[in-house]
Design a protein around this ligand. Structure first.
Ligand code: C2E
Ligand code: MG
Ligand code: MG
Ligand code: MG
Length: 291
């Protein structure tokens, strides 16, 4: 009996190890399957670009839209980028997906820019900035769409620029070439990473996007209010345009306007929406002032 119990325990223990191995392997298999499915989805045109309005806090008008990719598998609800961008980045598929987003967004936004004066912002992953052809691809997207360079902002995260080495040198080369064309560069999610305002001075950037995690809960959240005030003040003293993300309440909007923040984006104004809704819901006004 004792031997049987021991064997059972060993078997259970072994099973547990096997089961654990299995999960790891399953996770890897899952990643590979995800990438394979993403690749097929890209070929089958299952991606869409949603757009979220960016509002001028002085006029309350939509002056720009941020392109945010969605995966729309047939017959299933849309899948958000947080669930597939990491796999796309790891596998390098982000280079093709990012180019697709850029081309689609430029094509759709060219009309909005012509008719409503709004500009476009597009997220760029670090991996795209190590692609030799990145500058050429952006120029090609602009030429093919007719969107002027000055109507495009590329959003990058600060990590890629602060790390030393050839990869960040190449990224800087791309950004400097594109900036010389008139394209603007925004640092996305400021406040989540290194977040040193000192080094921002030396980077080829135009805009600072203040991360949603910095938004104060309410007016009694004095520490957070002071933090946002400091970020806005310093960004302004560096000549950067400031955009607040995650503006969810009237309090947020009023506070940011009072602090001198230029623009805001968040559920208080509008959620990301399909291209057709921007027009159907009259988000874009005729001849909103061009920026
Ligand atoms: P992000 O660039 O910082 O985009 C803002 C995210 O915040 C979006 O999530 C947006 O839906 C969400 N958001 C907007 N307003 C609010 C608000 O008031 N409250 C809260 N809690 N959230 C708000 P989304 O669309 O799920 O995108 C997540 C991230 O995925 C993006 O963050 C960006 O880093 C990445 N991403 C999206 N599209 C692309 C793309 O085409 N290429 C690359 N490389 N990354 C992308
Ligand atoms: Mg962004
Ligand atoms: Mg952001
Ligand atoms: Mg983000």
């Amino acid at each position: 009996d004792a031997d049987m119990a021991l064997n059972a325990a060993k078997a259970a223990g072994k099973d547990r190890v096997v089961w654990y191995d299995h999960t790891l392997r399953d996770r890897q298999t899952e990643r590979i399957e995800t990438v394979a499915r993403l690749r097929l989805a890209l070929g089958a045109d299952e991606f869409a670009v949603y757009y979220q309005p960016i509002v001028d806090l002085g006029t309350s008008q939509t002056v720009a839209v941020e392109a945010l990719v969605r995966w729309l598998p047939p017959g299933r609800p849309p899948i958000g980028p947080d669930r597939f961008i990491p796999a796309a980045e790891e596998s390098g598929l982000i280079v093709a997906l990012g180019e697709w987003v850029l081309r689609r967004a430029c094509a759709e936004a060219a009309t909005w820019h012509r008719e409503h004066g709004v500009t476009l912002t597009v997220n760029v992953s670090p991996r795209q900035l190590t692609d030799d052809d990145f500058t050429a691809k952006v120029r090609r997207s602009l030429l093919d769409s007719g969107l002027p360079a000055t109507a495009l902002t590329l959003e990058i995260t600060e990590g890629i620029l602060v790390s030393a080495g050839t990869r960040s040198a190449q990224a800087l080369d791309h950004l400097e070439a594109l900036r010389a064309d008139g394209i603007r560069i925004a640092v996305d999610d400021f406040g989540t990473g290194y977040s040193s305002l000192a080094y921002l001075r030396d980077l080829p950037i135009d805009t600072l996007k203040i991360d949603k995690s910095l938004m104060p809960a309410d007016e009694d959240d004095h520490r957070q209010v002071a933090l946002v005030r400091t970020v806005v003040d310093m960004a302004r003293s560096l000549g950067l345009t400031t955009v607040a993300e995650g503006v969810e309440t009237p309090f947020h909007a009023t506070l940011l306007h009072t602090l001198g923040c230029d623009r805001a984006q968040g559920y208080h104004f509008a959620r990301p929406m399909p291209a057709a809704d921007l027009i159907a819901r009259r988000v874009l006004l005729p001849h909103a002032h061009a920026v």
